[in-house]
Design a protein around this ligand. Structure first.
Ligand code: ZN
Length: 424
């Protein structure tokens, strides 16, 4: 199983098997949260992933950390106070005012369920904790498969997401780094993260997603950022049925150019697994190995990296994907045949870790891919030719951060600058 001796993963294009210090956040209770009957978002997939990691022996190869719930005042670094107060007090038993539910977009997609606020604090606590591990240098790669909830807005739930752990983690990384790159390979546009950093040049967002008559509807190739953030948002719109080869025909040259020009100090990769073939809500045709090739490629740049989950609604494929991607992060090879474990029944009849693509039609023509590639590379070139960016000193609240750690989480006790936002 150990590829450290030189055997890289089958889909190797980079040939990088050097070890990284990896830490992995997992809350044993996370699989018990339940969005409700028939809801496609099932936190149980995180528990399935964990069981598979354990069965493959991968937990022994990294530091496994239990997240601390993120205090309310830390959630309010991005989210509005009244929205967080609402999330804290909402329970399925208490009928909230329809007007309030509408205002915060709490609805069928984003229902109030038992333990909702705790769930939010847990997955956000894991992402921010992971960012801290990277900041301290204790880890080169930090993983939180329960995070990556990229649709949540400042005052609004959206697309099964309530709090935006990605934005919160990026804010944590910005405390010590000038430039952060966010890459999103979920099938849906990473709208919440893009919106949060649309006006700044300190965070570059790159989202690869299905575009056209598809949730959330944003992510047009012409949306490139605004003001100081102009050219620092990239949107790669794709059509149904995209396969591994077509995906990487875009992903690799775009990412290579972004890394060369933007030179991020850290990378956040949202690994939404709904871009896999056969997803319950998705319509792409990526194999697990094709999806994981994105992780492998990003890893090859040897920049501190935060790996997050996201969408993914065919549970067995989500677990396969994130297990395989953990192995990629560790630089080890896993057997195709799965070891026996608690959830092995989900993987019948193949019982293998890869999920192969189907024979569905790829609606992305070579010409459309070439057009997109040219447009995006042209956008990056404009960024390259922009006047060089003057970066400010790090924000001063870093000194206050220790106080925040020790405080109890009553929001009235929050005494640091919650209005902080990265300036150019
Ligand atoms: Zn998604």
């Amino acid at each position: 199983m150990d590829a450290g001796g030189g055997n890289s993963l089958p889909l190797s294009s980079v040939g990088d098997v050097a070890k990284r210090r990896v830490c992995y956040f997992y809350e044993p209770e996370v699989g018990n949260y339940y969005y409700g009957q028939g809801h496609p978002m099932k936190p149980h997939r995180i528990r399935m992933t964990h069981a598979l990691l354990q069965a493959y022996g991968l937990l022994d190869r990294m530091r496994v950390l239990r997240p601390s719930p993120l205090p309310e005042c830390d959630l309010c670094r991005f989210h509005a106070d009244d929205y967080i107060t609402f999330l804290r007090s909402a329970t399925p038993d208490k009928v909230s005012d329809a007007h309030v539910l509408r205002r915060f977009n709490v609805c069928d997609d984003c229902p109030v369920f038992y333990g909702l606020f705790e769930f939010c604090q847990t997955y956000a606590g894991a992402s921010v904790g992971a960012a801290k591990e990277l900041n301290s240098g204790r880890a080169n790669i930090a993983i939180n498969w329960s995070g990556g909830l990229h649709h949540a807005k400042r005052s609004e739930a959206s697309g099964f997401c309530y709090v935006n752990d990605i934005v919160l983690a990026i804010l944590k990384l910005l405390e010590i780094h000038d430039r952060i790159l966010y890459v999103d390979i979920d099938i849906h546009h990473g709208d919440g993260v893009e919106e949060a950093f649309y006006l700044t040049d300190r965070v570059m967002t790159v989202s690869f997603h299905k575009f056209g008559d598809y949730f959330p509807g944003t992510g047009d190739i012409r949306d490139i950022g605004y003001d100081n953030g102009k050219h620092y948002s990239l949107n790669v719109p794709l059509d149904e049925g995209i396969d591994d080869e077509s995906y990487h025909y875009l992903f690799k040259p775009i990412i290579a150019k972004v890394m060369e020009v933007f030179k991020p100090a850290a990378v956040v990769l949202q690994c939404g697994a709904d871009s896999l073939s056969g997803d319950r809500l998705g319509c792409f045709n990526l194999s697990v190995k094709g999806h994981a090739e994105c992780v492998k490629y990003m890893r090859s740049f040897n920049v501190p990296m935060l790996l997050l989950g996201g969408g993914g609604y065919t549970l067995r494929n989500v677990a396969r994907c994130w297990c395989y991607e953990t192995a990629v992060a560790l630089g080890v090879e896993v057997e195709e045949n799965m070891p026996d474990h608690e959830y092995i029944g989900y993987f019948a009849p193949e019982f293998n870790v890869n999920a192969a693509p189907s024979n569905m039609e790829n609606k992305n023509s070579r010409k459309s891919l070439d057009d997109i590639r040219a447009k995006i590379l042209d956008n990056i070139l404009k960024l390259q030719h922009a006047p060089s960016v003057q970066f400010q000193e790090h924000p001063t609240y870093m000194e206050l951060d220790e106080e925040v750690e020790d405080m109890d989480d009553k929001k009235d006790d929050c005494n640091y600058d919650r209005d902080y936002w990265p300036e150019s």
